[in-house]
Design a protein around this ligand. Structure first.
Ligand SMILES: *Cc1c(COP(=O)(O)O)cnc(C)c1O
Length: 227
């Protein structure tokens, strides 16, 4: 087996094990930022369909090279307003919606032929630790705006990148706060089904705290030379 095949098999087994302990399943988003299209193609040949990218231009170049494959592309990096059109036209999911003013341009530019853009609201769950993401108290308003932009947009849930901590306790607490926000959101929006949290270092902890999708880059593809 190639090293990517070994890594993929191992990560899938660890996700399956962590999720089965909660009597649930969790989906794998393979984060291919900075990695070549050939690396995506290798994982696609092993059955992986969902890929995450941080930068619109980099993603578009890979999508062109991989146009022969039926892949699902997730934009997970911060979205600038001047990139809304490309995001709406070229991605299946946007995981990083964090402000109201992006909603109208995304809806306007979503081509009806592509069906709804699947949207996660990114929450800055650790407050000042990261600049991306809305405040927890902004989730309900943003969710209402996304829901009102149907059928161009479809609200699917929440995403977070908790601050890295050596100590798992604060990370676990951040994941648990996300779980509570997610459950509250689901009460108002029954179509919500996705809580995207957990990366290479902490995805098992995230699944234990309720993640339904984990975003894994370096543990699958090897370390990145740049971020
Ligand atoms: C890079 C990135 C990941 C993957 O991180 P790894 O630690 O390499 O698994 C996940 N989510 C987001 C938003 C990222 O930018």
């Amino acid at each position: 087996m190639s090293s990517s095949e070994t890594a993929f098999t191992e990560i899938c087994a660890r996700i399956g094990h962590a999720a089965s302990q909660q009597n649930r399943t969790a989906k794998l988003l393979a984060v291919s930022k900075t990695k070549p299209a050939a690396a995506v193609r290798l994982l696609a040949a092993l059955g992986q369909r969902r890929f995450g990218e941080n930068y619109v231009q980099e993603a578009l170049a890979k999508q062109r090279e991989l146009a022969d494959l039926a892949l699902e592309w997730h934009l997970i990096g911060p979205l600038q307003s001047n990139k809304c059109r490309e995001a709406a036209e070229h991605f299946d999911w946007l995981q990083s919606l964090d402000r109201l003013k992006l909603v109208a341009p995304l809806a306007r530019w979503r081509p009806p032929t592509r069906g709804p853009l699947q949207v996660l609201i990114q929450v800055n769950v650790d407050d000042e630790a990261s600049k991306s993401g809305c405040r927890p108290d902004e989730v309900a308003g943003l969710a209402a705006a996304v829901a009102a932009a149907a059928p161009a947009l479809q609200l699917r849930g929440l995403m977070a990148i908790p601050a890295p901590h050596e100590d798992p306790a604060p990370r676990r607490a951040a994941f648990a706060r996300m779980r509570a926000l997610f459950e509250a959101l689901r009460r108002d929006h029954p179509g919500v089904d996705t809580l995207s949290m957990g990366m290479s270092e902490d995805f098992e902890l995230a699944i234990a705290e309720g993640a339904t999708m984990v975003r894994i880059g370096s543990a699958l593809f090897g370390a990145r030379s740049t971020t």
